[in-house]
Design a protein around this ligand. Structure first.
Ligand code: BGC
Length: 387
C-alpha cells in the first residue's frame, strides 16, 4: 500500500551552502590566513568556484525541483576594512539574488557563517568588547542593501558550534581551548544577534530575521550521571542561546546532524565521518523547538556519503520525520538539505562529500547524484510517498 504524506502549501524545498565553503577567492578572512599558515586545508585549492558559477548551480537546483536556496554572504568581502563597505561585492550578491529570483527560487540569506574579516579576527574576533556593535553595523548595512531582493535572513550560523570548535575543542580558528573564553564568546554572540536584529529592523522592517541553530538529540541510559549529563547538554547546547535570543527572532532555523547517547552504544550505523545515522532525531529536535512558538525551517540536514548509497534513504527518512513533526504541531515552513554541491567541509577540507551534486575537484564538473533525483520527486510533488 502506498501512503502519501503531504506538506503544507508553499513549503520551501531546497539545499544550502556557505560562502567560504563554495565560492573560492576569499583571501582576507581568518580561515584563509590560517590556511596560508598551514593550520587549515585551503578552501581555494579545489574550490567549486561558485562565485563565478552560481548561475550554473542555480540552473541545476531548478532542474532538481528546488524552490528555495540557502547561502551566506562573506563578511570579509563586504567589509574588507573596518567601516568601509565594498559596493562591488554588494553588487555581486545582488546578482546572486536576482539569479535566484529569475528561477523562482526563494532565498534564505545567512549574514555570517563562521569566517571573519582579518581586521576583526586580528583584534580578538567576538572576544572584543565592541564585537556586537561592529557585527550589528555590518548586518544592518548588508540587510538594508539586499532588502528588496529577499525576505528571509539569518544573522548567525551555529553560534554554539562556532564557540565550541574555536574556544574549547580548539580545532577551528582561533584554535583556543579555554572554557572561560568559550562562555564569553557564546554570550557575545547572544548580544551580537540581539543587537543585529534590532539594527536590521530599523532599516529593513520587511525582513524576516532569524538565527540558525545546530541542535543535538541527546539521550542516555538509566545511569543517574548520564541522565544528568544529557539534561545539562540539552539545556546548554540546545537552549542557552535560543532562550536569550528568541524574542529577537522572527523564525528559527534548525541544523540537525547528531544523536549523542550517553551510555553503551545504541549501535547506530555510521556515515563517512563516523557520525551516528539517526534521522528520527530531527523529529525530536523540531518538536522540542515548538516551545518558542516561532516558524521553523530545517536549514541544514544532510550526510557525508561519498558513494551515495545511504543518502537516498536518509533523505526520505529526514523528510518523513519532519512531516511527523508538522503533524504533531511544529510550524515548519521549509526543508533545506545540506548541501547543494560537494564543498569545503571546514577543517576536513575537500575530503567529505555532502552534495546532492558531485563535484570533480580537478575539473569542477558537476554531476547530479541519484539521491538528488529522489529528493527532486519530493520537492516537485510537495509530498513523500511511502511504499
Ligand atoms: C555547518 C556547515 C557544515 C555542516 C556539516 C554545519 O555545522 O553549518 O558549514 O558544512 O554542518 O558539518
Amino acid at each position: 500500500m502506498k501512503i502519501k504524506l503531504e506538506f503544507p502549501k508553499n513549503f520551501l524545498w531546497g539545499a544550502g551552502s556557505s560562502a567560504n565553503q563554495v565560492e573560492g577567492g576569499i583571501t582576507n578572512c581568518d580561515w584563509a590566513e590560517y590556511a596560508r599558515m598551514g593550520k587549515l586545508p585551503s578552501a581555494d585549492e579545489f574550490t567549486p568556484d561558485h562565485y563565478n558559477r552560481f548561475e550554473e548551480d542555480f540552473d541545476l537546483a531548478k532542474s532538481l525541483g528546488h524552490n528555495s536556496h540557502r547561502f551566506s554572504i562573506e563578511w570579509a568581502r563586504i567589509e574588507p576594512e573596518e567601516g568601509k563597505f565594498d559596493l562591488n561585492e554588494v553588487e555581486h550578491y545582488k546578482k546572486v539574488l536576482r539569479a535566484l529570483k529569475a528561477r523562482g527560487i526563494t532565498p534564505l540569506v545567512t549574514l555570517w557563517h563562521f569566517t571573519l574579516p582579518l581586521w576583526f579576527s586580528h583584534r580578538g574576533g567576538f572576544e572584543h568588547k565592541n564585537a556586537p556593535a561592529v557585527f550589528a553595523r555590518y548586518s544592518a548595512f548588508i540587510a538594508d542593501q539586499l532588502k528588496d531582493l529577499c525576505e528571509l535572513v539569518a544573522t548567525i550560523n551555529e553560534p554554539i558550534v562556532f564557540a565550541n570548535n574555536g574556544y574549547i575543542r580548539g580545532f577551528w580558528p582561533p584554535f583556543k581551548k579555554n572554557p572561560f573564553k568559550f562562555i564569553k564568546v557564546a554570550n557575545q554572540l547572544i548580544r551580537s544577534h540581539n543587537l543585529a536584529y534590532r539594527e536590521i529592523k530599523k532599516l529593513a522592517p520587511n525582513l524576516n530575521v532569524g538565527v540558525v541553530k545546530d541542535n543535538i538529540y541527546f539521550t542516555s541510559n538509566k545511569n543517574p550521571l548520564n541522565i544528568l549529563l544529557k539534561k545539562f547538554c540539552h539545556w546548554f547546547w540546545n537552549h542557552y542561546f535560543l532562550d536569550r535570543t528568541y524574542k529577537q527572532c522572527d523564525h528559527i532555523g534548525l541544523n540537525y546532524y547528531f544523536h549523542t547517547h550517553f551510555g553503551p552504544s545504541l549501535g547506530f550505523p555510521k556515515n563517512d565521518m563516523g557520525w551516528n545515522i539517526d534521522a528520527q532525531g530531527i523529529y525530536h529536535m523540531l518538536v522540542d523547538l515548538k516551545r518558542y512558538k516561532l516558524p521553523l525551517y530545517v536549514t541544514e540536514a544532510g550526510i557525508p556519503d561519498r558513494n551515495d548509497t545511504i543518502r537516498p534513504r536518509y533523505i526520505k527518512e529526514l523528510v518523513q520525520w519532519t512531516h511527523q513533526a508538522i503533524v504533531d504541531g511544529a510550524d515548519i515552513r521549509g526543508f533545506m538539505y545540506w548541501s547543494l554541491t560537494d564543498n569545503y567541509e571546514l577543517a576536513h577540507g575537500y575530503t567529505q562529500e555532502f552534495g546532492l551534486i558531485h563535484i570533480d575537484h580537478a575539473t569542477r564538473v558537476r554531476t547530479i547524484r541519484p539521491s538528488a533525483l529522489v529528493y527532486k520527486t519530493i520537492c516537485e510533488s510537495n509530498t513523500l510517498t511511502l511504499e
